[in-house]
Write a protein that binds this ligand. Structure first.
Ligand code: LLP
Length: 422
């Protein structure tokens, strides 16, 4: 459930008409609902608790939506953070998330990032290779700390999602293979700078079927038994994120209570602190991209092009993954038409929808792309020398700009012509 509904003929975010945000902030602009973020955070936690998981540690995957105000909403819900760079770590800290509740994932942590995380007292490092573990141990020793860490396992499971967002197949760059894991775990456990306390996995994103997760978790359960039988202590298991959301009407994602039931069943008797890294399921449906129709251009055949002022640089998902985002008029007039929806960027990939039946819109009309709260603004670029899209957070009948529009002139001002070209 989200809080983007038509009230008196106008699409609102909670109690704020999107027409008001467009008038005040301009378009394109991302609009997030505080109530939706909080609700999703609560529903996800309740799903786990109802599944029998006492006291889950939930670390929001900051990459999905790193906006400071969004992180603050989730911090208030008691969420920790899963970060993959010093930049994300600093955002989580700035949002007031306690360092101990932050998990540091990622295959390419640099020495500088590891040192910064150690100094901040980050709660857990999810180690992705033996080489990384050795470096972490050495750096921790220099600083005089012992890093709490888990080893990320690549369970070689097909997540049945877009290949670009699958992470748990043997040929993906993430984690260490199951068969190699016991020996690597043993060697890392012997290092003086590490406190190895468990394992982690994350097999992919936008999963609409729980079977691959169940298969992967079952493999991890066997590994835990094997490691314990060899005398190692396993107190923490990080099950990652990946739960999908509804982008289009026929998508049927498993709800958090069904996920919680599965996790509770598969992990029964593990006797560990379970950890989770949800991203999309928390924030995907908590945001829309608000845009203005620049003009409608006749196309070859009878399908017009609806050219909107948002483009692939603002919302990259359709161009990158052929992703679907519902398109709706902010003030629908009841008529529908079939068109192609495109942005102004100069490549054919800048296409949001082909031959799609949508609300009839005309020049100057406002419209939204739904389910844009995850992997939206965070993946924006300045391609075609466009600005960086701003973000607005709504709370009941209030709204605030939580990320300013970065104008092309600001970006130009940061560029310099060397004196030999003067
Ligand atoms: N944990 C790890 C280690 C991850 O790599 C990810 C996502 C997550 C958690 C959160 O996954 P989620 O719950 O959001 O599925 N840009 C793509 C998605 C990339 C996901 C990368 N990793 C998209 O727009 O669909």
């Amino acid at each position: 459930m989200d809080h983007f509904q038509i009230i008196d003929g106008v699409l609102h975010a909670e109690n704020v008409p999107l027409t008001r945000i467009a008038a005040d902030v301009g378009t394109p602009v991302y609009v997030y609902s505080t109530a939706t973020l909080s609700r999703h955070a609560q529903v996800f936690r309740e799903g786990l608790i109802n599944g029998g998981i006492e006291n889950p540690h939930i670390a929001f995957a900051v990459k999905a939506n790193p906006n400071l105000a969004v992180l603050k909403v989730l911090a208030r819900e008691g969420y920790g953070a899963d970060v993959v760079s010093a930049g994300e770590m600093n955002r989580a800290l700035a949002a007031g998330i306690p360092p101990k509740d932050i998990v540091f994932s990622g295959v390419g942590k640099t020495a500088d990032e590891i040192i910064a995380a150690l100094k901040h007292g980050i709660g857990q490092f999810n180690i992705e290779s033996e080489e990384e573990g050795r470096e972490l141990s050495a750096l921790a020793e220099i600083i005089g700390k012992r890093a709490d860490a888990v080893l990320r396992i690549n369970p070689d499971v097909d997540a049945q999602t877009n290949a670009k967002i699958s992470t748990g197949k043997a040929d993906n760059k993430f984690g260490v293979g199951l068969h190699k894991a016991p020996a690597i775990y043993a060697r890392l456990s012997a290092l003086p700078g590490l406190n190895m306390r468990g394992v982690a996995l994350h097999i992919g994103s936008q999963l609409l079927n729980l079977d691959p997760l169940e298969t992967a978790f079952t493999k991890i359960g066997k590994l835990i038994t094997e490691l314990r039988d060899s005398g190692y202590t396993i107190t923490h298991v990080d099950l990652g994120g990946g739960l999908g959301v509804k982008y289009k009407a026929e998508d049927n994602p498993p709800y958090p209570d069904v996920y919680g039931e599965m996790v509770g069943r598969v992990t029964k008797g593990w006797n560990v602190q379970l950890m989770f890294e949800p991203g999309r399921v928390i924030c995907g449906n908590a945001g829309v991209l608000l845009t203005t129709v620049i003009r409608v251009k006749p196309g070859a055949g009878n399908l017009p092009f609806t050219i909107v002022d948002a483009a692939m640089n603002d919302l990259a998902r359709p161009a990158l993954y052929d992703a679907w985002h519902d398109f709706e008029a902010v003030e629908p007039n009841g008529e529908r038409f079939t068109c192609n929806i495109v942005g102004p960027v100069c490549e054919t990939g800048d296409t949001f929808a082909m031959a799609r039946e949508v609300d009839k819109v005309a020049q100057g009309d406002l419209a939204i792309f739904r389910t844009a709260g995850a992997y939206g603004a965070t993946m924006a670029s300045t391609y075609n020398s466009r600005g960086l899209v701003p973000e607005v957070l709504v709370h009941e009948d209030k709204f605030a700009i939580v990320a300013e529009r970065i104008e092309p002139a600001t970006i130009l001002a940061a560029e310099h012509v060397p004196d030999w070209l003067d």
